[in-house]
Design a protein around this ligand. Sequence first.
Ligand code: ZN
Length: 286
Amino acid sequence: MKKPIHQIDYLDKTHQNKKLIKLFQLIFDYVLEKLDKKGDFELSLSLVNAKEQQELNNKYRQINRPTDVLTFPYEQNNTDVIIDLGSIIICPEIAKKQAKEYDHPFERELAFLFIHGLLHIFGYDHIKEDEAKVMYELQNSLLNNLPYDFYTDMTKLKKELNKAQNMSIAKYSHFRVGAVVVTKDFKYHLGFNIENASYPATVCAERVALFSTYAQGYKKEDIVALGCITDSKHIGTCCGVCRQVMSELMPMHAPVYIYSANFKEMLRTTVSELLPFAFTPEDLNK
Ligand SMILES: [Zn+2]
């Protein structure tokens, strides 16, 4: 079967980083897949300054102020050609302000606005309360599960993992494991396996990193990723006990990066992929 066309006609009048188009394409593909939209689609996406956005908002919606995102769905019946979805116009200036306000990265705010626009294109709205609830829930789930990490600097992660692994206390197994938890404030929290002559008293690197993060006052929703590295020449994934703890102390959608010895190979997965059907606090209900 031929690959469907997901074409973005991209026009950036505000000269943002050229790499952004890759992020928008990833989001477009992801949202079409998750909404189960089959076929060939094209969409026009423009980034404009606040002045132009205000003019557009005034012209088409009679609201004379700039806005973060404008959406113009395009009605088309002919289905045997590429389906034109219409256009989305985002104002990066406003996105930048909102990113600060909501305390998350600028790129994540842009992703949020693009997803918001796409949902409007597909008929979702937030005028009525019940409709809004459906739209916002979907929008959050799409944003959180996007296979894109807005927080982790992979070079820094590797550096910190190397540090963590070198601190490992593995005098019995000589199998050194380093782990790093990344939090929303762009801090990196180290952990390493700590072995004990009473073998069952040993604690794994992942749990040490997570417990130490919590001990500093961070909460589950502050955690954005976890990385680990072992001495194994293969990808040595987290043990069952750690997966259980990760499923309770980390968001299920958080990315997990697992490296083999000397960073030769890397596996990118998520907590939910590592532990499907996790036992959760809800399961304690009789
Ligand atoms: Zn473990």
